[in-house]
Design a protein around this ligand. Structure first.
Ligand code: KG4
Ligand code: ZN
Length: 332
């Protein structure tokens, strides 16, 4: 009997649906919410409303694209935590209703675990144990993975997440939200050695990005006072220098984690793993430290339902289901 799972992701501002059959993703559809751009960040109330509008068409498209009928499904999966509670409620209510109507099991998925397991959608897959640097808009973690469903956070940010560091830097430069991909774009034409930003001294495997944000703020204020056109004249070099620093903070901790654990299968995941500077630096560091490196395909780096589907598949095989009274949670 085939295992056919419909997965729904609605933790933040993207509504996603994916269909998996026997461990393979057959469709992965996402509706992005452009409504937040004008506010410079995600407005939770607007995100919930947009999920409500998008969820039925997105699920319909995902099922059609996979050629799977509702009545053929084995289970429905949804993101249970963490995320914006109003957004999570839309996805979980939809998933529950569908599971109840079809009389099939329901699977609750942890969003951060799913980011890690995005590395198991395509081949080659990492061997266990492996380390995963999970970098998104809300989290920055080094995760030690012992099996698909057994993972431990061994380092994390003490303040801002890496994605926030990108987005807040972009905001200071007058770029629209989310600024991470724009910094990446401008950085491609810039000189990363042009400006120097500080690397924080944080013990253990933890991260901090708030000092960098303050340094960038002062750097911009100082230079703009001298020359109001400073940002526009040097945007690519500023972006390249900021990106280079964020990437080196991340990778230096990953080197430390690899040395301390002796693990050399190294993966990255989460929205910031779409960053071209991080992707190429991972290859460079990997060659130097003799790592096998893994990065999900671009569409599985930022929020997507494919990663929820693959996690749900492992949970299905392990018999890990939730009941219809399961509630989502904003925190882990
Ligand atoms: O994983 P994700 O899609 O959503 C969360 O779970 O937070 O991550 C979103 C974050 C945002 O901060 C966004 O700016 C960042 O990932 N991001 C990037 C790039 N693409 C997305 N940051 C830097 N460079 C990129 N190319
Ligand atoms: Zn995410």
């Amino acid at each position: 009997m085939s295992v056919r799972i419909l997965a729904i992701e609605s933790s933040c501002d993207d509504t996603g649906a994916a269909v998996l059959v026997d461990g393979k993703i057959l469709s992965n559809h996402i509706a992005n919410q452009s409504v937040h751009e004008q506010y410079g960040g995600v407005i939770p109330e607007l995100a919930s409303r947009a999920h409500q509008e998008n969820i039925v068409p997105v699920v319909d498209i995902a099922l059609r694209a996979a050629g799977v009928k509702q009545e053929e499904l084995s289970a429905i999966a949804f993101t249970q935590s963490p995320g914006l509670i109003g957004s999570l409620l839309v996805g979980s209510c939809f998933a529950k209703s569908m599971a109840m109507a079809l009389n099939i099991p329901l699977i609750g998925v942890h969003h951060m675990q799913a980011h890690v397991l995005a590395n198991f959608i395509d081949d080659p897959k990492p061997d266990f144990p492996f380390l995963c640097l999970t970098v998104s808009g809300g989290h920055t973690q080094i995760v030690l993975c012992e099996s698909p469903l057994q993972m431990r956070v061994i380092g994390e940010t003490l303040d801002d997440a890496a994605g926030e560091a990108f987005d807040k830097s972009a905001k200071l430069l007058g770029l629209p939200y989310p600024g991470g991909p724009l910094i990446d774009k401008y950085a491609k034409e810039g000189d990363a050695t042009r400006f120097k930003f500080p690397e924080p001294r944080i013990p253990d495997l933890n991260f901090s990005f708030s000092g960098l944000k303050t340094a960038i703020l002062y750097f911009i204020q100082e230079n703009q006072q001298k020359d109001p056109a400073f940002i526009s004249q040097h945007l690519p070099d500023i972006c390249a220098s900021i990106q280079q620093r964020i990437v080196s903070i991340l990778l230096n901790k990953l080197v430390k984690a690899s040395q301390e654990t002796g693990i050399r299968d190294i993966a990255i995941a989460g929205g910031v793993s779409a960053n071209s500077g991080l992707r190429s630096a991972l290859a460079t560091y990997g060659a130097k430290h003799n790592w096998r490196t893994f990065i999900p395909r671009f569409e599985y780096c930022t929020d997507n339902a494919g990663m929820i589907a693959i996690t749900a598949y492992y949970k299905y095989l392990a018999g890990e289901f939730v009941s219809l009274d399961a509630v989502p949670s904003a925190r882990a």
